[in-house]
Design a protein around this ligand. Sequence first.
Ligand code: CA
Length: 291
Amino acid sequence: MKMIFTDLDGTLLNSSSEISTINAEAIKKAQKHGVEVVVATGRAYFDVQEILKKAELSNLWVIAANGATIHDPNGQLRHSVPIDAHHVKEALQWLDANEFYYEVFAEHAIYTPNSGRELLAIEIDRVKSANKNVDEERLHHAAAKQYSQTGFAFVASYEDILNTNAELYNVLAFSFDDEKRKKGWDHFSKQHDMTLVSSADHNFELEHKDASKGNALTYVIKELGGSLHDTIAIGDSFNDVSMLQTAGKGIAMANAHAEIKALADDVTLTNDENGVASVIEKVLEAQLEAH
Ligand code: CA
């Protein structure tokens, strides 16, 4: 059984953050021919559900929060790797003290402080006054994309998040200030008890050290009785590295970072050119030839 693990943003989603009809039809065709298509994303599970619903896709396993949660096609949470409560607390205290916009993913909500969006608006103003030539539209687009996720729950402070006692899977910090983001990256890269990854230009994300897309891919393959050899992973960014390297074949998007393309086995078209559908078509052709 062939299995295709696909990232969402920059991969299966086009630049309008949607699954194109061509990609959706390709996935349905793959499913009809016995190819298992699995979503593997940094997004939260309920957010992924909305995106799949819009594209009228069903029967997909979903790896979310960068591998911290795995849901089967019936929506059952089959495996999860929450961050230790004291690690979350330390991280949120630090992000709070350093005035970061952040989001914390739980099973049913994305918690974020009330003050976060104002912080980002201030950052955009600062970037603008420091550099008159900045592409303001791009910054607003990035912020709007961040806010377009499903399931936000606004809180007064990080303590409210800790007080929910919910299992927390992913802490995402976002900033338009390059120096601030670097400071955050340096701070958290010194802490070896959590996984630190980045899925987009303006963010970094923290998970339990055992949570990764690569580990989640291994879990799903085992559950479905597949083999690594028959597995393809498709991605565009640094949070995809673990799965691109674990899968039998790692394929980078044409729009991926140069470093991602360099470590992949192959490169497909861009996300706006339906690169995922192109991979699926090739897999189905090869399957036909083999029979
Ligand atoms: Ca991505």
